[in-house]
Design a protein around this ligand. Sequence first.
Ligand code: F6P
Length: 322
Amino acid sequence: MTMQRIAVMTSGGDAPGMNAAIRAVVRTATAQNVEVYGIRQAYSGLLSGDLERMTSRDVSGIIQRGGTVLQTARNLEFKTPQGQKRGLRRLNEHGIEGMVVIGGDGSLRGALSLHKMGFPVIGVPGSIDNDIWGTNTSIGVDTALNTILDAVDKLRDTASSHERCFLLEVMGRNCGYLATVGGILGGAEFVMVPEYPTTLEEIGKVLEHAYMVGKSHAMGIIAEGATPTTNEIADYLKSHEIGFEVRVTVLGHVVRGGSPSAFDRLLATRLGVAATQRLLAGESGVMVGLHGRDIGVVSLEDATSKQRAVAEEYVHIASLLS
Ligand code: F6P
């Protein structure tokens, strides 16, 4: 028998484009006369029964908005078997027969636990970090990258006016994708990422060389998960007379906000449609993702047990062109 009622949630860190994905889920299901319930604040809202019917009209005017209209949360209780059973009980109480979970690896692990208890669920990768295995990229990555480039371009103006070196720290948890690609596209002198650590001495040499060949400024992009840390790099450079004065900017959560780019709106829309179609066709336990130019699937088991790291090619290009 076909489903009558499904749910959708956004979970983990918000990412620009999540609203476009919610909209796609609601409208795809509604077009097939299936009711959609939006669960507020992810697994926290599931456990407390905070869900509400969403119609096509409820998702009007949200495709261009950053954040998530359903809000999100990181929930510890749902990581326990007892929390997962309570979650399933809530879904059954509300007559929900399947769910689309939009989020990062922790969120997808929650989805996998429901699938293992026999509840139909499809994952959609949403995280600015680009650390989700099984998809070329995730909802929010492109917008975050554009925000980083905007910051790099602005910092360059002031850096060159003062002959300074700026260290820009960007989010990404344990993945160096945003820092590396931000470094390539922003023309940074060096990038520092968790996957391919560099020594303080090497960074010092690169910047000293940049000063001596006459560059008016320099830029280093550091992933938040890297070691040495941004502060350690700044302290080292300040005490080693590299030529440039050194300043630090931590971009923080700014990278998570803003209107989604055209790429993220399209990606989120395609993934939301595909996830809903697959759920309604009876599939479960998979994550939809971008494979080449097409939307494909991998198992949630694979998506959550492997981690995507920044490609060595990008790290090589960043240092080659600096
Ligand atoms: O996963 C997205 C992300 O923004 C990471 O880049 C960062 O490490 C983390 O979330 C920050 O989490 P919070 O918003 O809970 O501080």
